[in-house]
Design a protein around this ligand. Structure first.
Ligand code: 26W
Length: 828
């Protein structure tokens, strides 16, 4: 391969230095000249902006260097509709290892880094687990110097801001770009065109070959904005490329010509709508056309970007394309990439179908993140036909060829044909996106051992029978940089004082902490750090909820999206149970606790919103009751997001991971809490199973029905029988039904009570109530022995090594991506 000669006016080595003086000069220059400020006023906003620009300069130079180093390497494009990044400033400072210098430079302005950092808005370009996982993965890839580029959408509005009014969730738009986003770098020269609508014509070329051409399309531009992703202490800066949609100038030429100037300009909005807003659903598809447009927009733009880069270096020779590319699909949301890569290769680059299919199935890899049937994406054939007519043809062709394989494996079995077809038959035929992803990929992975097993044995069983070699597991992880080193600096310092700081880069070293499990001095300091972290969370809770938490009490925390399967309801039933016991004077064995619950409900998910209302009302009643004060306080924290978690997980004593077995694919919040020394109360679901294994059963409060039991339980489920035979549960339900928590709004909780009493409650809340209460009693007993609790806390952190996303990414890299190839032997 020929390497391009690139002319650098400035060598990257001349890039801005990291020393205090250069940093201070640059900070002043950005503050006074880039932003035109002269004094630091009330708000730290401009100082934040100037600092961000100063740091960005240092990242940009390294980003360019990393790109050049990677130009000839096999690389990964991580395609995701979501990247839940949160704040970037402190993360960049930590990874560039320049905290001391930054603090010194800020001293000139009498400013503290912590305060300045608070001016940054979260980049909330994701819903929850899947989006945050993508952000942790990018951090790990950069830390491990792997050539991985994130591709996503630059949503103008990220995840909505949640306010609580009278216990009800109110959604407010999050215009996070309002004050500018100093971390991004537009790259308009890399703009590509994405087609929509139109129809397919057939043309014969002079040699008689037929070509299908997609014509009369409405095109939009995809303009890239690059966000630097710094690796920890290694000078690597990877790229997160986010696409913004813009109208093409010819967008409505006919209207211009007809004199409709204003109307034509107004229609630009249609194109710009595509990257306007993130869909806030995290568990049920809603079939909206705009969402499909977003998915195709991301996939087409990103694939074109990779192909353009290839062509600049190799010309139109695709022989080795598959050796140098992997497209990792973050759930089915970008699975249209399978058909789009076929279209680009066959239609635009004139490869044969078979060659293109070989390339596609050697480069696509699919990660599944959910077993919930309602979350499995299906798009109506009619919509596909209208919006992406050429893609629909390609999907039919893929399906026809795939069904031949199915027929070979199961001769004469039309049931299998129907069951496995990419097209679901019926009055309104649908495209099954997960099946498209599986058929088009060489790797299919789940995100925890149990989840991967359920994919093989249940959800994708037939596909597993067909292609067992495609299936594998990659248990999730979280980055120890953000989720321990940055968010819990006091604990990090304490750990450093015992085992050094190498764990930040090699988290398996955290296990050395186990040696100090009996070290009384360490235990004392450990408890003190937890106490101070709890004080900080108390301030947040008081400010946000007006509820006073007491750092002497146990902090029992459940933060995550609100969903019936995650069973915040079970948590609040237990809270009501404790409240009843307090009212009855039955406090023996009880431990004073502060219960914190937070999370957003999808705007259209009524039951989830009612659960929030119930939590708020129960909290209000309990916090208002002087009897309860010494024992129990409850708060619902509004607008839970990445930044809030950075204060919450270092302060938690107990982490609630209580989903119905078989429903939570993995969970990642569970891992953040564990790293920060919280103990877990949880079901044997998702990655909890592996956490328990790593930890040993004595240090994990496990309860509830197990996966291999739930089907049988559901089959004979008799909720009323369970309630009637459990005096605690019947008392809780009676209190709920009495209207005690909703005196002014009678009847509002009836739908919740009805689900609990229903024999078709899929979440088995009543079934697990008794064992949950028992496990909570064990928690209370354990917490009373403070020293022993602290020992268990240390052991939790010490056992959290496997749950670093560095471990996860090392496995993706070795087992799926096989990133070792370098293009040096290519045909120069
Ligand atoms: C189409 C609507 C929609 C949107 C998002 C359906 C499903 C999703 C995601 C797959 C939901 C999600 O975030 N799943 C979570 O992924 C995490 C990372 O793997 C896991 O830890 C969580 O268990 C899983 O719920």
């Amino acid at each position: 391969m020929t390497t391009r000669t690139v002319c650098h006016p400035v060598d990257w080595q001349d890039a801005p230095l990291l020393d205090t003086q250069t940093l201070a000069d640059d900070l002043a220059r950005h503050f006074h000249y880039t932003l035109g400020r002269d004094k630091v006023g009330e708000s730290q906003h401009y100082l934040y902006q100037a600092l961000a620009l100063t740091i960005r300069d240092r990242l940009v130079a390294r980003m360019r260097q990393t790109r050049e180093e990677n130009a000839n390497k096999r690389s990964v494009a991580y395609l995701s509709l979501e990247f839940l990044i949160g704040r970037s400033l402190n993360n960049a400072i930590l990874n560039l290892e320049m905290e001391k210098e930054v603090k010194a430079a800020l001293a000139n302005y009498c400013a503290e880094l912590e305060r300045v950092g608070e001016a940054e808005h979260d980049a909330g370009l994701g819903n929850g687990g899947l989006g945050r996982l993508a952000a942790c993965f990018l951090d790990s890839c950069a830390a491990m110097a792997l050539p991985v580029t994130g591709y996503g959408i630059r949503y103008e509005y990220g995840m909505f801001n949640q306010r609580i009014e009278n216990g009800y969730q109110i959604e407010q738009p999050d215009h996070w770009l309002h004050e500018g986003h100093p971390w991004e770098l537009p790259a308009p020269d890399k703009t590509v065109r994405v087609k929509f609508f139109g129809h397919v014509d057939v043309h014969k070329d002079p040699s008689g070959r037929l070509h299908r051409v997609w014509v009369d399309t409405h095109d939009v531009f995809a303009v890239p904005y690059d966000v630097p992703v710094p690796g920890c202490g290694n000078d690597v800066v990877n790229t997160l490329r986010l696409w913004k949609s813009e109208a093409t100038d010819e967008f409505d030429l006919s209207e211009f010509n007809a004199g409709g100037y204003a109307e034509a300009v107004a229609k630009k909005n249609l194109a710009e709508q595509i990257s306007m807003v993130l869909y806030p659903n995290d568990s049920s598809e809603n079939g909206k056309e705009l969402r499909l447009r977003q998915q195709y927009f991301l996939c087409s733009a990103s694939l074109q970007d990779r192909i353009n880069r290839w062509i600049t270096i190799n010309g139109e020779d695709f022989t080795e394309f598959a050796d140098y590319h992997v497209f990792q699909l973050n759930d089915t949301h970008p699975s249209i990439a399978v058909a789009e890569l076929m279209r680009l290769l066959v239609d635009e680059h004139e490869l044969s179908w078979d060659t293109a299919w070989e390339i596609t199935t050697k480069t696509m890899a699919y990660t599944n993140h959910t077993l919930l049937p309602e979350a499995l994406e299906r798009w109506s054939v009619a919509l596909f036909q209208r919006l992406l007519p050429r893609l629909m043809e390609i999907i039919y062709e893929i399906n026809a060829r795939f069904l031949v394989e199915v027929a070979k494996k199961w001769p004469g079995c039309s049931d299998k044909q129907r069951a496995l077809s990419l097209i679901e038959e019926g009055d309104y035929p649908q495209v099954r996106m997960a099946y498209l992803a599986i058929v088009g990929s060489y790797s299919v992975n789940g995100v925890a051992a149990l989840h991967s097993q359920l994919l093989r044995e249940q959800l994708f069983k037939d596909f597993y029978d067909l292609w067992p070699e495609k299936f594998n597991n990659k248990t999730n992880g979280v980055t120890p940089r953000r989720w321990l080193a940055h968010c819990n600096p006091k604990l990090a310092a304490l750990i450093n004082s015992k085992i050094g700081d190498h764990w930040v880069k090699d988290f398996s070293e955290i296990s050395q902490l186990r040696r100090y499990y009996d070290d009384q001095a360490l235990l004392k300091d450990w408890a003190q750090v937890k106490y101070e972290n709890k004080q900080k969370l108390c301030e947040l809770v008081e400010k946000q909820c007006g509820v006073k938490f007491d750092p002497q009490m146990m902090f029992d925390v459940q933060v995550k999206r609100i969903h019936e399967y995650k069973r915040q309801l079970l948590n609040i039933l237990h809270v009501i149970h404790l409240y009843r016991r307090i009212c009855d004077g039955d406090t023996e064995g009880m431990v004073p606790r502060c219960v914190l619950i937070g999370g957003k409900a999808a705007p259209g998910y009524d039951m989830a919103k009612q659960i929030i209302k119930l939590i708020c009302n129960v909290a209000h009643t309990i916090n208002d009751d002087p009897k309860a004060q010494p024992w129990l306080r409850v708060a619902f924290l509004p607008n839970y997001n990445v930044t809030a978690m950075e204060t919450i997980c270092p302060a938690a004593d107990l982490s609630e991971q209580i989903s119905t077995a078989g429903k939570e694919a993995s969970g990642t919040g569970n891992m953040k809490f564990m790293m920060n020394g919280a103990l877990t109360i949880g079901t044997l679901d998702g990655a909890n199973v592996e956490m328990l294994e790593a930890l040993g059963g004595e240090h994990f409060f496990v309860f509830g029905a197990q996966v291999d039991e739930v089907d049988a339980i559901r089959a004979n489920y008799d909720a009323m029988n369970i309630i009637n035979n459990d005096s605690n549960l019947s008392a809780v339900i009676a209190l709920l039904e009495s209207g005690h928590f909703n005196l002014c709004e009678p009847g509002i909780f009836n739908p919740i009570v009805n689900v609990l009493k229903s024999n078709s409650d899929p979440w088995l809340t009543c079934y697990d109530f008794a064992s949950y209460c028992k496990a909570q009693e064990q928690v209370a007993i354990a917490y009373q022995d403070k020293n022993q609790w602290t020992q268990m806390s240390v052991l939790n952190t010490a056992a959290s090594g496997p749950f670093s996303s560095d471990r996860t990414i090392a496995q993706y890299s070795q087992e799926i991506w096989q990133l070792q190839h370098t293009m040096n032997s290519q045909g120069e």
